[in-house]
Design a protein around this ligand. Structure first.
Ligand code: FAD
Length: 390
């Protein structure tokens, strides 16, 4: 390992994946005075995402940073309904901007990790460009198709298709005709079950953080169990049920769009219908096969997995990111405790993490299976009433 790069001296953690969980982990470690290097394959400029619920109080408690107040980094904007909703990009930018302010965090974007390993002395990440990075421990925050998981759980490396997908979109209210009925405070969260489909829709802040009606974005997720053949033919799921990729907008044929338009016209009420129809006609629509993963383990040697790498759940649980934040809190706490008691960061430091987070990941997996079972039961009643396009 003579060419290994380690930012020398004090304890150092490698984090693979610089999305929501990876950045939260790095911020928590920095709070405990522990340095980390985050390795993210996607360049910052190429980021996008939908909407999600966020708990700013939990974020403040775990990271020690205040999402309610402008400081060096602008506050995290949310639309309030029965919960706080924001866009993935606003949340990612808030975490990333805070990480960039932190001297203990090295953020490397546009660099792909191709393999990881660990031995008695250190954990290693090997990148596509030929670098070897060394840390005391390594946390895989690399999402539902985690590479680190394949080493932590070689006998169960992949997340399984849950039997249904989401049509998703994020639409700017300002792109819509002026007679569009905006979601107001009473109806700012839509949860509608019709004809075996389910729609969950809600406003999130505009791209500039605006919270005013007409200047926000609206996020929707439309659950659909009729598209297994389409997903298989498009290479989004494998024949043995592994989720491989998202269905991007160019992959959605005019015939499928026409059929989705008809379903939307007859099933989704205002204020959501015009927004969904707009997404169908534009490039704002994409498809996400739902994956689930119940981990046999969350650590191996000096390697651990956290966030979606450890527990992929249906968005119906509304807990994926939330559970990733809790994972990050325990990564930080386990490292802090090990350094305080034993003065080192090694495989034993991860035992506390595993003791707390393996049961939590399994609970989330079981909630997800139950939510999927309930939805599929409702949807199956309608399965033979229509012949969907492929
Ligand atoms: C429609 C929808 C709604 C949701 N709503 C909620 C909600 O209301 N509340 C909630 O708590 N959760 C919600 N979730 C779940 C939540 O979005 C996810 O749990 C969360 O985004 C996962 O973040 P992550 O950082 O663990 O994984 P990811 O976001 O998948 O990040 C993994 C990162 O690792 C990088 N990466 C992967 N492999 C490599 C590699 N080899 N080298 C370098 N980098 C790599 C990827 O580029 C990516 O940036 C929702 C999900 C969906 C789809």
């Amino acid at each position: 390992m003579s060419d290994a790069i380690k930012p020398s001296g004090s304890p150092h953690v490698l984090i693979v994946g610089g999305s929501l969980t990876g950045l939260t982990c790095a911020l928590v470690l920095a709070r405990h005075g522990i340095a980390s290097t985050v390795i993210e394959q996607v360049a910052a400029a190429n980021r996008s995402g939908g909407g999600l619920g966020v708990d700013r109080t939990l974020l403040r408690k775990v990271t020690g940073l205040d999402p309610f107040a402008d400081s060096l980094v602008p506050e995290l904007p949310v639309v309030l309904s029965y919960r706080e909703s924001t866009s993935w990009l606003a949340l990612h930018n808030w975490l990333r901007d805070n990480a960039l302010q932190e001297q203990l965090i090295t953020l490397t974007e546009g660099s792909q990790v191709t393999s990881v390993s660990s031995d008695d002395g250190a954990a290693y990440a090997y990148t596509l460009s030929g670098q070897t990075l060394t840390g005391d421990i390594l946390i895989g925050c690399d999402g539902y198709r985690s590479l680190v998981r394949t080493v932590v759980n070689p006998n169960k490396p992949t997340a399984a298709y849950a039997g249904y997908m989401l049509w998703r979109g994020l639409v700017n209210e300002r792109e819509l005709p002026s007679d569009t009925p905006w979601a107001d405070e009473e109806d700012s969260f839509g949860f509608i079950d019709r004809s075996g489909y389910r729609l969950i829709a809600y406003p999130v802040p505009g791209t500039d953080g605006s919270l005013r009606q007409g200047e926000r974005q609206v996020s929707f997720a439309w659950y659909d169990m009729h598209r297994n053949d389409l997903l298989r033919d498009a290479g989004c799921i494998s024949s043995d049920g592994v989720v491989l990729r998202t269905l991007t907008s160019p992959m959605i044929s005019p015939a499928v769009r026409r059929e989705l338009g008809l379903i939307a016209e007859s099933n989704w009420p205002d204020p959501w219908r015009p927004l969904v129809l707009h997404a169908i006609k534009s490039d704002a629509l994409f498809g996400t096969p739902i994956a689930e993963y119940d981990p046999p383990a969350v650590i191996r040697g000096r390697l651990a997995i956290a966030g979606d790498a450890a527990h992929v759940a249906s968005p119906m649980t509304g807990r994926g990111f939330h559970t990733g934040v809790e994972d990050a809190a325990f990564v930080g706490e386990s490292c802090r405790e090990s350094l305080y008691r034993r003065g080192i960061l090694d495989a034993a430091a991860l035992l506390t993490y595993s003791g707390h987070r393996l049961p939590a990941a399994k609970t989330l997996a079981s909630r997800s299976r139950e939510a999927s079972r309930q939805y599929l039961q409702i949807a199956l009643k309608f399965l033979h009433r229509s012949e969907p396009c492929r």
